[in-house]
Ligand binder design. Structure first.
Ligand code: ATP
Length: 470
């Protein structure tokens, strides 16, 4: 078993000491804004601005490339957010998708028990124990008032489908994408003619009425997941698939630049395992607020397909023509969050350094993840020939990648602006360019500059992007 705490939380420093550094950069440069801000905001919902949507799309694309495009054994799916309500009864979400909630008798604020100071390390058994608050002497972290015993709080959002609002028309906003993959198992397997082992990958919005959301986009009530369900033969094959997926998922974050020392694995203790899980290991990241889950890898056994078979009457089994056996496949799941991943890439890429007496802030984002791949900058915006050449270069580049033109400051400032949003390369057009037909390509991380002929500059950027691709 992987030790619950492979390393001491304090021994690895976070990439930024204070989360506010990232929150304010995100707001100022247009990565992430509070939702409905002009009305005072709505708790735990965030909007992605012009740069944030590029970053998050790139994260999703990188995940899809690694999980679907580069694999012969995984196909994609995009199921609905609303599903037949029975799905959530069968899956166990209606009965037990809940967190332990305590309430302060004085201020009536509500907290998730395991996020109270002094309760972070409680076992799953403790979290279900009605006497735990009294036993540990836990008090309200806001006003020190007495707290109620924990009660279970269901995290699913519900609404009504159709014009009548009654019990029979209740539907749920999905709290995970996985169930869409289970109920479509037969459709996908038969239409794609996949043989076991094979996987179904999905990216999409999920909703959870979290008791205590927070830490920026780490825990939201509306968020996006990137989940893959891998269907295998029962027993040993699931153990082997789990052992293959786990390191490959950790490696994915490293391949896109996350510092290896800020990643670790944490195995769920037996009393912490979800009702469906035979084994669960989280990939955790050292956030500024501690080690927290980035992604979960789960061996779910035959729980999902057996339960849906029983409840729907549709037998969700598989016939293996090679061995002439019929069985209910077991499932190994990799469950990641698109927002949490994008957040991690943002934090981990943040750099501050002294350059000639000034602080240079840069995001050393992997080029595949960077919102803009390249900026085209004029050294002298008063020279129309220089500006015109910039526009020609940019027009050519933007057919293949996100490129931006900026002439609203002196070159030093233009470079710093691009550094701060993670643009890996800047192309500068100067007076010499008009004579020698060459431009300067500046590298974000090394700050080195190279002269490249105008005709070859797009190919040079395309080649650098391809070389960086994992
Ligand atoms: P946690 O313990 O943090 O509540 P979980 O174990 O409930 O997470 P899963 O159900 O395994 O999470 O969901 C898979 C992934 O979806 C998580 O690893 C995370 O990246 C993402 N995720 C889950 N809940 C949220 C949320 N409220 N906001 C943002 N991302 C989330």
């Amino acid at each position: 078993m992987i030790q619950p705490h492979e390393s001491d939380p304090q021994s690895v420093a976070p990439a930024v000491a204070n989360l506010d550094t990232i929150v304010s950069l995100s707001k100022r440069r247009g990565f992430i804004f509070p939702s409905s801000e002009i009305y005072g905001g709505i708790n735990a919902v965030w909007d992605y601005g012009p740069l944030g949507v590029e970053l998050k799309n790139n994260v999703k694309r990188a995940w899809w490339r690694s999980m679907v495009q580069l694999r012969d054994d995984v196909v994609g799916l995009d199921a609905g957010i609303l599903m037949h309500p029975q799905v959530w009864v069968t899956s166990g979400h209606v009965g037990s998708f809940s967190d332990p909630l305590v309430e302060c008798a004085t201020c009536h604020r509500r907290f998730r028990l395991d996020e109270l100071p002094g309760a972070e390390e409680l076992s799953a058994t403790d979290l279900r124990d009605e006497t735990v608050v009294e036993r540990l002497g836990l008090r309200c972290p806001i006003d020190g008032g007495p707290l109620s015993p924990p009660r279970r709080f269901n995290l699913m959002f519900q609404t009504w489908m159709g014009p009548v609002q009654d019990e029979a028309s209740i539907v749920y906003l999905r709290p995970e994408t996985a169930q869409g993959s289970y109920v479509n198992f037969k459709n996908v397997q038969q239409s794609s003619r996949k043989k076991i082992p094979f996987g179904i990958a999905q990216i999409g919005k999920s909703f959870r009425n979290e008791i205590s959301p927070g830490n920026f986009v780490f825990r939201m009530r509306e968020f996006e997941q990137m989940e893959m369900q891998y269907f295998v033969r029962p027993g040993e094959a699931a153990v082997a698939a789990f052992d293959e997926w786990l390191p490959s998922r950790r490696a994915w974050y490293e391949a896109y630049g996350v510092t290896p020392a800020r990643l670790r694995l944490r195995e769920h203790a037996p009393d912490e395992l979800a009702h469906y899980a035979k084994r669960a290991i989280d990939v955790e990241y050292r956030f500024p607020f501690g080690w927290k889950e980035l992604e979960g890898v789960h061996n779910r056994g035959d729980f999902d397909l057996s339960r849906h078979s029983e409840a729907s009457g549709e037998v969700l089994d598989y016939f293996d023509p090679a061995t002439e056996e019929r069985f209910i496949p077991w499932i190994v799941e990799t469950a990641a969050g698109a927002d949490r991943a994008a957040f991690t890439f943002l934090i981990d890429s943040y750099r501050e350094e002294e350059v000639r007496g000034e602080t240079r802030v840069s995001l050393a984002l992997h080029p595949e993840l960077a919102p803009y791949k390249v900026a085209v900058l004029p050294l002298l915006k008063k020279r129309p020939e220089i500006v015109e050449l910039c526009h020609r270069i940019k027009a050519d580049l933007k057919r293949d990648m996100m490129a931006v033109y900026d002439d609203t400051a002196a070159i030093g400032k233009l470079y710093r602006r691009q550094d701060e949003i993670g643009t890996p390369w800047c192309i500068t057009v100067d007076v010499d360019s008009l004579e020698d037909g060459a431009v300067t390509v500046r590298d974000r991380d090394s700050m080195t500059q190279e002269r490249i002929p105008v005709e070859g500059v797009k190919q040079a950027i395309v080649d650098r992007l391809a070389a960086a691709r994992p």
